[in-house]
Design a protein around this ligand. Structure first.
Ligand code: GLA
Length: 727
């Protein structure tokens, strides 16, 4: 049994971890523990200092040692004497905001709960158990149901929350966070992932200061600027040692992660939908479902924590035909042609690609409507016959005849004012009456909370997918959202719209991915601006960044790897000088970096020299050879590129039989020792043969002594080392 209850204490156990809560004498649910298995009840760690200037709940009378403001709580509220950041905040019909949540009852069942309308970790009955704990605010009748999914083998706990109004009046939900975790002891640092367009998920680690720190998005998407994931590490935690906790929100809209270090040095973390773009009117009898948070922790550093997230996302979040299978190596025409192409140009690119072993041609932006630049055409999802004279069908057939699959780009959520769709349905865009909407990339956003809009998109997209042999869809989204307003809701409910937008988006994705299970959907948002576990439920890979510069990509992919499996990272070789940075790196370096992901090309291959073409064909076959190891092996970060002069990573196969080490040395220096890399995760008692020269090393030597890289001449030089276990 993964979930047991004894003397009012809930034990949620996985193979290596334990999560504990306890109902106290006043019916308040205290958080006791999240960490290693201890074979004990951890309530002895609860301390009851003098409450100082914190108040008591009414029944605690004049006890100076009981206060909600000093205790570790499982789900913190507002207005009843806990002055730290709350997990939930409401406004009652009388205008007051107190919510006094006390334990009512609980249920345990086999299997993992699902969440209506929202993506969630899935598991079969043998893999997971669900715990539901019901808390109630008696005065208002508001019920808060805390949901816990315990995935034993995966060492993962999921959390979600349902708010049910069983009172006699509506209540406004101002904030319903999915995670609340109080940690009374420890010296903690947090790692979050910030960035910008073309530089997503930069890992930043910082000590917690007293007060509140936050990473969040109000952009209607999870964003380039912050990612809905966070790590809490005990000071000194490394890739291989020390304790850390990770949390990933399965949500693709605006989010909020707050960390508060309080007067007693306790830490509270809350995570969920961003309250700045959220409010929900909950009528009597109705329920609100918050998105899910995936939690894991490790006593052996951030590397092991990443393995657990990679495993859960790959095996219990991603779905469909391509969930676990190899993805085709693709060529995308975007950086090769931008908007300037015709049938002939695309066929030429595909022909050249097919000769070099590439599996799929992806036709990017510009194939539809009047789309000759980014000022027009979005919304008109019918083929542009000036560019593609024989129509889409003929092009697909010709590409298929070359032995290649065909994929296509859509940006379903967007609309150009210069489009037939806008002329027909101007009321479908997000716009506040009486105000001009913000344009971004000269485009407006469709109201995805309006079922007419999602129905229209379903009709046009499914028609194209039905009529043509399309095996891949790139689902793009190229702006942040503002001007929230929808004609489908009354004035008092307008701030429900950002969340309803995401529900509409998810319903469309569910419908299309369900109806076309053989199509590989790749998520995209100006690169990696919506790289989150929510999107990965529908799209098993996401275009990682519009920055295809191999040097910068090592940093972006480093940050991405903390939570997201390598198979989810869309990664391409592009032309030099790089279109984003102007930097030139060798074709070998670009290939090595792009191979740490779902691999492809994005350039005009016919412009390459014969030697470069030979290298491309070598890369494609190398990638295919190692794809299984790259997808299913354990991924280790061997360096921190922010602190070292190189970025190095490693894939180790099951049973530690095969090892692939790759990386880039950034800057060359004269007259220095060669770089040494220490490997991780090998069988220390085994012997490994280095593919390059046949030399045999002990696993212990490779991990303790390491390997010397070849002499590096030049900047941004890649290396690749393959080892095989021989005994
Ligand atoms: C976004 C994507 C690119 C490309 C363009 C097309 O920026 O990230 O890969 O598809 O849109 O407009």
């Amino acid at each position: 049994m993964a979930i047991t209850v004894k003397d009012g204490v809930f034990y949620l156990e996985t193979v290596n971890t334990l999560y504990q809560m306890k109902v106290d004498a006043f019916g308040v649910l205290n958080h006791l523990w999240y960490g290693a298995k201890t074979d004990d009840c951890m309530d002895y760690l609860l301390d009851y200092p003098d409450v100082g200037f914190s108040g008591n709940i009414y029944e605690a009378e004049n006890q100076r040692t009981y206060s909600l403001n000093t205790l570790p709580l499982e789900y913190a509220t507002r207005g009843v004497g806990d002055f730290r950041v709350p997990a939930i905040s409401v406004t009652h019909a009388d205008g007051s905001n107190a919510l006094d949540l006390r334990f009512e009852d609980y249920h345990i069942r086999k299997g993992k709960y699902a969440i209506p309308g929202l993506p969630a970790v899935y598991a079969d009955e043998a893999e997971a158990e669900t715990l539901e704990i019901r808390l109630k605010d008696t005065a208002s009748g508001v019920n808060v149901i805390l949901l816990y999914g315990v995935l034993w083998d995966a060492d993962v706990i999921t959390r979600s929350v349902v708010v049910k109004n069983e009172g006699s009046a509506p209540v406004v939900l101002n904030r319903v966070h999915s995670l609340c975790m109080d940690i009374p002891y420890g010296d903690w640092e947090w790692v979050h992932f910030y960035g910008r367009h073309t530089m997503e998920r930069q890992a930043e680690r910082a000590a917690l200061i007293h007060g509140i720190q936050e990473s969040s998005s109000t952009r209607g998407a999870s964003s380039h600027q912050q990612n809905p994931t966070m790590l809490l590490c005990e000071k000194g935690c490394t890739e291989t040692t020390g304790f850390c906790i990770g949390a990933a929100l399965m949500y693709s809209g605006g989010f909020q992660t707050q960390l508060e270090k309080d007067q007693l040095d306790q830490v509270r973390v809350v995570m969920g939908i961003n309250e700045d773009t959220f409010s929900w009117l909950l009528d009597t009898g109705d329920s609100f479902y918050a998105p899910e948070v995936i939690l894991s922790c490790s006593e052996h550093g951030m590397g092991e924590l990443s393995h657990r997230f990679h495993h859960i996302i790959r095996n219990h979040v991603c779905r469909g035909k391509y969930q676990l299978s190899k993805r085709p190596v693709l060529i995308n025409n975007w950086e090769a042609t931008y908007f300037e192409f015709d049938e002939e140009k695309i066929e030429k690119i595909a022909k050249q690609a097919s000769e070099l072993g590439i599996d799929m041609m992806v036709l990017d932006d510009g194939w539809f409507g009047k789309r000759d630049s980014d000022t027009s055409g979005l919304g008109d999802w019918f083929v542009n016959e000036t560019k593609l004279q024989g129509g889409l069908g003929r092009l697909v057939e010709r590409i298929n005849r070359m032995g290649m699959k065909f994929g296509i780009w859509f940006e379903p959520e967007m609309i150009s004012e210069d489009s037939d769709l806008y002329r027909k349905h101007p009321e479908w865009v997000i716009q506040i009456p009486g105000r001009k909407p913000m344009r971004s990339r000269y485009q407006l956003v469709l109201d995805m909370s309006n079922p007419q809009v999602t129905e229209y998109l379903y009709q046009v997209m499914s028609k194209i997918l039905k009529e043509n042999h399309i095996e891949y869809v790139k689902w793009d989204m190229n702006r942040s959202i503002s001007d929230w307003y929808t004609a489908t809701l009354p004035e008092s409910r307008q701030m429900e719209m950002p969340h309803r937008y995401i529900l509409g988006l998810y319903s469309l994705l569910e419908r299309l991915t369900g109806e076309f299970p053989d199509v590989l959907f790749e998520g995209c948002c100006g690169g990696g601006g919506r790289f989150d576990a929510g999107m990965l439920y529908y799209c098993p890979q996401i275009w990682c960044s519009d920055d295809t510069d191999a040097h910068e990509r090592t940093f972006i992919q480093y940050g991405t790897s903390f939570f997201y499996p390598i198979s989810t990272v869309g990664s391409h070789v592009s032309a030099v000088p790089n279109h984003q940075t102007g930097r030139s790196t060798s074709i070998e370096t670009r290939g090595t970096v792009a191979m740490a992901g779902s691999f492809g090309y994005e350039l005009d291959l016919s412009k390459l020299s014969p030697e470069e073409k030979k290298e491309v064909s070598r890369q494609v076959s190398t990638y295919k050879k190692y794809q299984e190891l790259i997808y299913n092996g354990l991924y280790y970060r061997l360096s921190n590129p922010y602190e070292e002069n190189l970025s190095a990573w490693e894939f180790v196969a099951a049973k530690q039989t095969k090892v692939l080490v790759q990386g880039v040395v950034f800057r060359a220096a004269s007259n220095i020792l060669r770089h040494r890399i220490r490997l991780t995760g090998l069988d220390e008692k085994a012997k490994y043969r280095l593919a390059e020269d046949g030399r045999i090393y002990s696993g212990k030597a490779l991990m303790s002594g390491g390997l010397l890289l070849p002499e590096i001449k030049g900047d941004d030089i890649a290396f690749e080392i393959c080892l095989e276990k021989v005994s």
